[in-house]
Design a protein. Structure first.
Length: 255
């Protein structure tokens, strides 16, 4: 998961707007004191150099594909377990090395025939607030990796990217400990720009949150734009391929 979604979630958690768009003027810094300013429904986050993220109310409307069923999402999770390369095993959003309650643990694979990345997902109860709901910043964070998988596996884009904007709306609470479906899809790809959509739904298909993001590939092979990212080389684990063993591995992520 990229830090941009956490930054945007911090602004969203302090805004009264139902839908919000956060525009990024430069990468979010790490290890640097920041200031958060809220002005009505909008706001900004900055550091000593000035603002790097500005939020404004937005009408977030997307042509959302029909949410996968729980069984379809389980099949996508199974595709990840047996087929997907693992580029960030410790990712807060989708890293398989994260322990329950220490990450979102969205096991996102491709859904055959649907052009979607999806996961059968049960957010850990420890991530919930007093009402057992995911806080706003974590709900925004949960929209990141589904879109990232759509970009990395449903387009010709590869490697890290810079975030130009994020837009999201929370429609209903995401209840920790309950079954949910996270999914993402490609909206467009032009040059170095990729627009992706993502959504969270209940197991019976009711939308909880939706988001849209514009990712921009770096020019050429210039990786200086990604000095704030810590990436590991993609690896492929020797996951079991027998039906029973595969189901046991999927069940491990569902616990």
């Amino acid at each position: 998961m990229r830090i941009a979604y956490l930054v945007a979630g911090l602004l969203a958690s302090r805004s009264a707007a139902r839908g919000l768009q956060v525009d990024f003027h430069r990468p979010a810094p790490l290890g640097t004191p920041i200031r958060i300013t809220i002005d009505g429904a909008g706001g900004e986050i900055g550091d000593a150099r000035g603002s790097f993220a500005i939020a404004r109310p937005a009408d977030v409307t997307l042509d959302v594909p029909a949410p996968p069923t729980w069984e379809e999402a389980l099949a996508a999770t199974g595709e990840y377990v047996t087929e997907a390369p693992i580029s960030q095993p410790n990712c807060f959003g989708c890293g398989p090395d994260r322990h329950r309650g220490n990450g979102l643990r969205q096991v996102l694979g491709l859904l055959p025939g649907r052009h979607l990345g999806a996961a059968a997902w049960i957010p850990a109860p420890a991530l919930g607030n007093r009402d057992a709901n995911l806080p706003t910043e974590l709900t925004w964070a949960a929209l990141d990796c589904p879109g990232g998988v759509a970009r990395s596996r449903l387009t010709d884009a590869g490697g890290p990217a810079l975030t130009a904007y994020l837009a999201a709306a929370i429609l209903r609470p995401v209840v920790a400990g309950e079954r949910h479906i996270a999914f993402g899809w490609r909206i467009s790809r032009s040059g170095r720009k990729t627009v992706v959509g993502s959504a969270l739904a209940t197991a019976d298909g009711q939308l909880c949150a939706l988001g849209q993001a514009l990712w921009i590939d770096p020019k050429g092979n210039d990786q200086r734009a990604h000095q704030h990212l810590v990436l590991r080389p993609a690896t492929r684990r020797a996951y079991p391929r027998g039906r029973d063993e595969r189901q046991a591995e999927i069940a491990r992520f569902m616990r």
